[in-house]
Design a protein around this ligand. Structure first.
Ligand SMILES: Nc1ncnc2c1ncn2[C@@H]1O[C@H](COP(=O)(O)OP(=O)(O)O)[C@@H](O)[C@H]1O
Ligand SMILES: [Mg+2]
Length: 100
């Protein structure tokens, strides 16, 4: 299962399509770079995938879970093997030692 997927991810700012139909898939352990000139939509892509921006269209899927439109994760994300998944850490209180 991919660690992260973007499916037809799109973002408009007014009439400007900053992101238009982005599809990508990142496997666990894979490192994927985004390259492109200024204004290509790299920051918008990261903003939408991380939840700082809401997409106009499309889906963001993290570890098989549709997280489209979910807010950014605020809990410290886990170094603990017992709590390494997003679901585990986002469900815990931010102060939880299980997610540190
Ligand atoms: N908050 C915003 N409001 C309006 N337009 C924006 C906003 N953020 C980015 N844009 C526009 O979206 C396009 C993509 O920008 P951006 O994602 O920052 O590109 P990159 O990071 O690749 O340089 C650009 O035309 C930029 O001007
Ligand atoms: Mg940028």
């Amino acid at each position: 299962m991919p660690a992260l997927e973007a499916r037809d991810l799109s973002k408009w700012f007014g009439g400007l399509a900053a992101l238009d139909g982005l599809d990508l898939s990142v496997e666990p352990g894979e490192i994927l770079g985004l390259i492109g000139p200024n204004g290509a939509g790299k920051s918008t892509a990261l903003g939408v995938m991380s939840g700082f921006l809401s997409p106009s269209r499309g889906q963001v899927v993290l570890e098989g879970e549709d997280i489209t439109g979910s807010p950014p994760i605020t809990a410290p994300v886990g170094a603990s093997p017992a709590c390494s998944s997003r679901t585990c850490c986002s469900a815990a209180a931010p102060s939880s030692t299980a997610c540190r």
